[in-house]
Design a protein around this ligand. Structure first.
Ligand code: G6Q
Length: 546
């Protein structure tokens, strides 16, 4: 990897600082008034997704300088390195090849000299055959009954992608099978998921890349026990459990027949794994053809990211705008606002994708970053959010860039609901950008004393993403758009977007505390005084339960 000077030393960074000082006072009202074509000029389209980024506080110069920054940070080289299977996850010494999961069979992608595309397609074929069997009822449970419920057990990357995709593609999902997702080690999650299920009609998918994750194993053991309580014979596990993992040994030790295991690889990161066999629940829900259409959408955006000049490259543009807002406007959070009920879990999915990838303060050179990295990502579907937190978006003291996501055709026409939904989306971006002056408020008859309360500064940046309709292809393109935008941001911030060391300490401490909670004797605790007192209080009250 070419050595790049620290980010804030780069001439392109310095130029952006000067530029920011010169244009930060500009208002979107002025920018639009001066350029009648702005709404079309600052727009780009790829893989069926139209991005309007004109309502951001940028000029043509801003774009030019941001692209220069991307080049100075070696983005082109890093994209090539990722697609060619180099070990760009430096701290874990791994290749990062989720793009290989959606590559067509005709492509060749080498990892350590071996083409991985054939194995990817072999697993896809097995997944398709299995999902056809389950969906058609040919796959039967231990007592000969067909499967009526699929329960996905997994957490983090082995849960958030599958849940999001299941909800997003529900329109395309079979209604013959019910899908549930258990992730939390809180027993409530498992109990509530299975309480009304018939074990003889239930299939568990245990999704765990490592097959060592304590929450997932605890839930998988609970599921196994629940099944065996009803079925007695341990042979039943064979018909009611499948695994998705890279760890065949641990899967076999758990009691799942390796024949019923779907593999993936070291070079697929957890939060980038929903297009691998981790998406088995998605395929069971929507069928192999729809799953393949989703992969095609992902691939179309991958290709666009790889080949398109940065000025027209959607993930690059969105990534650079995120940098612009975070580092030059000091935006600490960013909202993602899908105007589509099916995308209700999309913000939660993006939280992991973005914050686990770029919530880092140590650079690849091992220095402390002296600039902000990932903003906090949050959001809810529109129009619900409008009746809750949008107040702060419009009139709060912080600048919160927002991504609005909408579709031109609804999957569920109900009277004029879709026009109403989209009218709200367009209105929000307009209101956030242009606001309403105190003069305008007064001209509407607002008394002087109230006019400040009823005015809107505007000048609040938004992106609008518009696609034809929420198809599997469109969902795939949308996911890859955000994946690569996150990568772009990580490259500029000079961090490793593919590790997650920050989750380790809490896990290790929990492992130390667990035996202390279960110990029969009350040997002295050696934590800080707060943690000691909390543990004693918990154990004391817990043990009074009759
Ligand atoms: C994602 C993370 C993390 C991971 C879970 C589950 O990038 O690595 O969220 O997906 O901890 O891990 P397993 O799939 O190994 O159970």
């Amino acid at each position: 990897m070419t050595r790049i000077p620290p980010l804030t030393d780069l001439p392109a960074w310095q130029a952006l600082k000067t530029h920011h000082a010169a244009i930060k006072g500009l208002h979107l009202r002025q920018l639009f008034a001066e350029d009648a074509g702005r709404g079309q000029r600052f727009a780009a389209e790829a893989a069926g997704i139209y991005l309007d980024y004109s309502k951001n506080r940028i000029t043509a110069d801003t774009l030019r300088l941001l692209v220069r920054l991307a080049e100075a940070c070696g983005l082109r080289e890093r994209i090539d390195a990722m697609f060619s299977g180099e070990r760009i996850n430096l701290t874990e010494d791994r290749a990062v090849l989720h793009v290989a999961l959606r590559a067509p069979a005709s492509e060749r992608i080498l990892v350590d000299g071996i083409d991985v595309v054939p194995v990817v397609h072999a697993v896809l074929e097995r997944m398709a055959a299995f999902s056809d069997q389950v969906r058609s009822g040919r796959w039967q449970g231990h007592t000969g009954r067909r499967i009526r419920t699929v329960v996905n057990i997994g957490i983090g990357g082995s849960d958030l992608g599958p849940v999001m995709a299941y909800e997003a593609l529900r329109h395309y999902s079979t209604r013959d099978i019910d899908f549930r997702f258990v992730s939390n080690v809180d027993g409530t999650d498992f109990k509530e998921a299975v309480s009304d299920l018939a074990p003889e009609e239930t299939l568990f998918i245990v999704c765990s890349k490592t097959f060592t994750t304590s929450e997932t194993l605890a839930n998988a053991h609970a599921a196994r026990q629940w099944l065996l309580d009803a079925m007695v014979s341990s042979r039943a596990v064979r018909r009611h459990f499948v695994a998705v993992s890279t760890n065949a040994e641990a899967v076999a030790a758990f009691g799942i027949d390796p024949v019923n295991m779907f593999g993936f690889w070291d070079w697929v990161g957890g939060r980038y794994s929903m297009s691998s066999a981790i998406g088995l629940s998605t395929m069971l829900a929507v069928g192999a053809d729809n799953f393949r259409a989703m992969l095609a959408g992902l691939h179309a955006m991958d290709q666009h990211f790889r080949r398109t000049p940065f000025e027209r490259n959607l993930p690059v543009l969105m990534g650079l705008l995120a940098v612009w807002h975070a580092n030059f406007f000091d935006a600490r959070t960013m909202a993602v606002l899908p105007y589509d009920q099916y995308l209700k879990r999309f913000p939660a999915y993006l939280q992991q994708l973005t914050m686990e990838s770029n919530g880092k303060h140590v650079t690849l050179a091992g220095a402390r970053a002296d600039y902000q990295t990932s903003p906090v990502i949050w959001g809810e579907p529109g129009t619900n959010g409008q009746h809750s937190f949008y107040q702060l978006l419009h009139q709060g003291t912080q600048l919160i860039p927002c991504d609005f996501i909408g579709f031109c055709q609804t999957l569920n026409p109900v009277a004029h609901h879709h026009d109403l939904l989209m009218a709200n989306l367009f209105a929000q971006t307009e209101a956030l950008a242009f606001g309403k002056t105190t003069e305008e408020a007064r001209a509407e008859g607002t008394p002087d004393w109230l006019s400040m309360h009823r005015s809107f500064e505007g000048n609040r940046p938004t992106n609008t993403l518009l696609a034809e309709r929420l198809t599997p292809h469109a969902l795939g393109a949308l996911i890859a758009l955000y994946e690569h935008s996150v990568f772009t941001q990580g490259v500029v911030w000079q961090i490793d977007s593919f590790d997650q060391w920050g989750v380790e300490l809490g896990k290790a401490l929990a492992q130390r505390i667990m035996p202390e909670l279960q110990a029969a004797d009350r040997s002295p605790l050696a934590h800080d005084s707060s943690t000691n007192a909390l543990i004693r209080r918990y154990v004391g009250i817990r043990d009074t339960r009759t």
